[in-house]
Write a protein that binds this ligand. Structure first.
Ligand SMILES: NCc1[nH]cc(CCC(=O)O)c1CC(=O)O
Length: 330
């Protein structure tokens, strides 16, 4: 777009900023509660809301409590929730068999939320890290994260989630070929309606630290995830990953983390025009909350501004731990 501007004083750009009414008329982007997906942590037990120390305001809910929290969030206008299970180190295994058990915490939470709030869209996370003894998203064989065997497990995991009633499957593992394999299996199993929101451009990021505390993976993780998650230095590669995942049957794509990667959001939206999401991850949330708690920034204002930035960058929606906190302000 080539801006056409008369010269000063015929053009005074401040005219468009003079009052709230005028600013509202010319506003280009808006943040709405309907743009939000709320990530939640689920653990075993009953009646439990256990704070996550590195994420002030975030708790691990037992299944009964997550269903109640989902109801409250939906009533505030939040249309979707994404489930992450917490697993203690003792419950993790090398074969990760719990990942595709119909009765694992995540699948129980899906059923409980669908029963309590049928209108709410339920999203899942597909990766082996909550169940893996070494904290990796794939099977580790001789120190290597193996791709194809992991994809077979991810397919089983996705089918169990779809059977439990998930609306949106979210593969976050970054293995090659998983979107096509999951899509084929969903079709064959009669789950034509189930959507895939691919974590297509997921970077190997230090911003995931508090999340790994929240799901119990921090102590478990051996080494790093650099052989499957993206190098933060890359941008063209994100476009190739998004193209690949869309061509394999993803309905929607995600960029993750969020704020430090808004350039990627914009490129992805411009290039493909597909439904594009960003994940404002745990470290981003923790930084805003920590500064707000110290009185160094206005937490509510920074929350809203940070989320609006995703809309401006071209995102259709945002996964954010702020969802139930920000929804009443919109
Ligand atoms: N498959 C794991 C997964 N799914 C979502 C996040 C991070 C979310 C956050 O930091 O808020 C991670 C962590 C990781 O890749 O190590």
């Amino acid at each position: 777009m080539i801006p056409t501007l008369a010269s000063f004083p015929a053009t005074r750009l401040r005219r468009a900023r003079q009052t709230p009414a005028i600013r509202g008329l010319v506003r280009e982007n808006t943040l709405k509660a309907e743009d939000l997906i709320w990530p939640v942590f689920v653990r075993d037990g009953e009646g439990i809301e256990e704070p996550v120390p590195s994420m002030p305001g975030v708790v691990r809910h037992s299944v009964d409590r997550v269903a109640e929290a989902a109801r409250r969030a939906f009533d505030l206008g939040v249309p979707a929730i994404c489930i992450f299970p917490y697993t203690a180190q003792e419950a993790r295994t090398e074969d990760c068999a719990m990942a595709w058990s119909p009765d694992n915490i995540a699948n129980r939470a899906i059923r409980a939320i669908k029963a309590a709030v049928p209108e709410m869209a339920v999203m899942t996370d597909v990766a082996l890290d909550p169940y893996n003894i070494n904290g990796h998203d794939g099977f580790v064989v001789d120190g290597e994260i193996v791709n194809d065997r992991t994809v077979e497990a991810l397919v089983k995991m996705s089918l169990a989630q779809a059977d439990a009633g998930a609306d949106i499957i979210g593969p976050s593992d970054m293995m090659d070929g998983r979107i096509g394999a999951i899509r084929t299996a969903l079709e064959a199993a009669g789950h034509q309606r189930v959507m895939i929101l691919s974590y297509a451009a997921k970077y190997a990021s230090a911003f995931y630290g508090p999340f790994r505390d929240a799901v119990g993976a921090s102590g478990a993780l051996t080494g790093d995830k650099n052989t499957y998650q993206m190098d933060p230095a890359n941008s063209d590669e994100a476009l190739r990953l998004v193209a690949r995942d869309l061509s394999e049957g993803a309905d929607m794509v995600m960029v993750k983390p969020g704020l430090p990667y808004l350039d990627i959001c914009r490129r992805v939206k411009d290039q493909f025009g597909a439904p594009t999401f960003a994940y404002q991850v745990s470290g981003e949330y923790a930084m805003i909350m920590a500064a707000a708690q110290n009185g160094w920034i206005d937490g509510d204002k920074v929350m809203v501004e940070s989320l609006l930035a995703f809309k401006r960058a071209g995102c259709d929606g945002i996964l954010t731990y702020f969802a139930p906190k920000v929804a009443p302000l919109l």
